[in-house]
Design a protein around this ligand. Structure first.
Ligand SMILES: CC(C)(COP(=O)(O)OP(=O)(O)OC[C@H]1O[C@@H](n2cnc3c(N)ncnc32)[C@H](O)[C@@H]1OP(=O)(O)O)[C@@H](O)C(=O)NCCC(=O)NCCS
Length: 307
């Protein structure tokens, strides 16, 4: 049987959604989100969504792109995933090779892949010249049953808002996202300095649940802290980003934002909350542990130099 790799087509959306849900159950994947990603990717990303097909059945996928938001040029990423029942048939290797050729042609000098921390996936990456770097943890909270801790008090002068309240002018959210994202531990430094691109890729992301995303707003109108949430509009709630601006850290504001959002998500019927943090992100891991999140899977970032 022959495995082939090709670019995603619109009619693949249902099969790719189902496959990625099996491979990465702790992320939100919807058909709408896949189609949005393909249609609106920044041209600088040189984005491709690859699929591996065997006998007409999609058995693997990979998001492939240049890390164009990084302050260091030449960095790129690939996320190959093959259905657990269809591994060992060459799909992963072919996805990776196709991705690396494309990225090298577009000027990438290094490629990063997040690999599930399990022996077979790590061995696959190491055999193909990838070396391990940082780790990250996916964590799950059983939102239906969890006893959520009492939130810290809202400091005088601060108010809670939803992201939806910023529909007329989301710039204060962009400013908080840009400042906090630049401080997130990672070895691809990210500089969010393009408001228009942020509007396209983050604010207009169809999976962003503006009503369940919470902002803590200071008296001067600045967003001091926020939690941005993506959902499948059914049962799964995933934290896309939580951030507190530098001047407001360690005052319980991340806990406050997330407490408000999680409580409203539970009231809206969400049962599974997921989040993912870099293994060195002490403050965020502390916040999530306080809520009762437990590690459900770990990943290791692997890097390969191209050329
Ligand atoms: C992570 C972040 C959102 C926390 O915001 P915050 O408003 O300061 O958080 P809170 O004040 O609600 O809680 C911070 C907790 O971290 C703990 N903490 C602070 N520094 C820590 C460290 N280096 N190691 C471990 N825990 C630490 C605090 O003690 C506190 O926990 P406690 O109240 O149980 O003592 C903020 O540091 C930030 O924006 N970082 C950059 C962006 C980022 O990494 N976001 C997460 C992406 S996944």
């Amino acid at each position: 049987m022959t495995v082939l790799v090709r670019d995603f087509r619109t009619e693949d959306a249902e099969a790719v959604t189902a496959l990625r849900r099996v491979c990465i159950p702790y992320q939100v994947v919807t058909e709408e989100l896949l189609l949005f990603g393909v249609a609106t990717a920044n041209p600088a990303k040189k984005y491709r969504l690859l699929v591996a097909e065997e006998e007409g059945v999609i058995i693997g996928t990979a998001h492939v792109g240049i890390a164009y938001e990084s302050s260091e040029p030449g960095q790129s990423s690939v996320t190959p995933h093959v259905h657990p029942g269809r591994r060992g048939r060459g799909a992963g290797a072919l996805l990776l090779r196709t991705a690396e050729e494309h990225l090298a042609d577009e000027g990438a000098t290094s490629v990063c892949a997040w690999v599930i921390d399990e022996p077979s996936s790590r061995a696959f990456a190491e055999k193909r010249g990838y070396r391990p770097s940082r780790g990250a943890h996916f964590q799950r909270l059983d939102l239906a049953r969890a006893v959520l801790p009492e939130p810290p008090p809202l400091p005088p002068g601060f108010v809670l808002r939803t992201a939806g309240d910023f529909a007329g002018n989301p710039r204060p959210l962009f400013e908080a996202d840009a400042e906090s994202t630049s401080d997130e531990p990672s070895d691809i430094s990210t500089a969010l300095d393009d408001y228009e691109d942020w509007l396209h890729t983050t604010w207009n992301d169809p999976s962003l649940d503006r009503d369940l995303s919470t902002a803590v707003v200071a008296a001067d109108g600045r967003v001091a802290a926020f939690t941005a949430v993506v959902t499948d509009r059914a049962t799964t709630y995933v934290t896309g980003m939580t951030g507190t601006r530098r001047a407001f850290r360690n005052r319980g504001l991340a806990k406050l934002a997330k407490s408000d959002s999680l409580r409203r998500a539970r009231a809206a019927g969400y049962t599974d909350a997921f989040t993912s943090n870099d293994g060195d992100n002490g403050p965020m891991l502390a916040v999530n542990k306080w809520f009762g999140y437990e590690i459900c899977a770990s990943e290791v970032r692997y890097v390969r130099t191209l050329g």
